[in-house]
Write a protein that binds this ligand. Structure first.
Ligand SMILES: Cc1cc2nc3c(=O)[nH]c(=O)nc-3n(C[C@H](O)[C@H](O)[C@H](O)COP(=O)(O)O)c2cc1C
Length: 185
């Protein structure tokens, strides 16, 4: 089973970057092959139909191929103004224009991390809408890491074993569903 994982933050010391690194490790330990992408590789020029008509940006074509080569996606999103970042929406909008559309039929687990008490769960909820509309199997159990600025040790691991256990459960469920969908193909 192959998974593409990324945090939708461009920030060097991103909390979502730390969270996705742990989720990717858990997925690898469970036997998945994980392509952990740097979000800077996945951002594209602002969507413009005129540009599309002249040809898709290279980053879009490359990401489309990367998505096609996996069975599911693990995305950790920051929360900006109660939603997910515009950079991620732009990437989704570009991908949605490719034919065949690579997101359709694939599974996705949404994670989020924020220093706030709700941990970016409004961003996670908002992100599920376009992904569902595009035909992805969005896992119903989202993982939102609240007070994320206090959640990691110096080694980048989660300090609280209960949070790690819950994340493990979310990743394991996602992999089981992804495997089942693969068998149905
Ligand atoms: C433009 C902007 C808007 C933000 N809006 C929210 C918000 O609505 N809710 C929230 O919990 N945090 C909000 N934050 C704080 C982010 O959760 C915080 O910067 C977080 O560290 C970003 O994720 P990252 O560390 O992965 O880059 C906002 C930050 C920025 C820059």
């Amino acid at each position: 089973m192959r998974i593409l994982a990324f945090s939708a933050s461009l920030r060097h010391d991103s909390l979502n970057g730390r969270l996705i690194a742990i989720a990717a490790r858990l997925a690898r330990e469970a036997g998945a092959e994980v392509d952990l992408a740097d979000f800077s590789e996945l951002v594209m020029p602002n969507y413009n139909f005129d540009v599309e008509q002249q040809g898709f940006p290279e980053a879009c074509v490359a990401l489309g191929r990367r998505v096609e080569s996996v069975d599911g996606l693990l995305i950790s999103t920051p929360e900006y103004n109660h939603s997910f970042p515009g950079t991620l929406k732009n990437t989704i909008d570009w991908l949605s224009r490719l034919r065949p559309m690579p997101l359709r039929g694939r599974s996705v687990q949404i994670l989020s991390a924020a220093p706030s008490l709700v941990g970016g769960n409004r961003a996670a909820e908002a992100l599920s809408t376009p992904l569902e509309v595009l035909g992805m199997h969005v896992m119903p159990d989202r993982f939102s890491l609240n007070t994320a600025n206090e959640a990691f040790g110096a080694d980048g691991e989660l300090l609280d074993p209960q949070r790690l256990e819950r994340l493990q459960g979310v990743v394991d469920y996602f992999l089981r569903v992804t495997q089942s969908l693969k068998l149905m193909d």
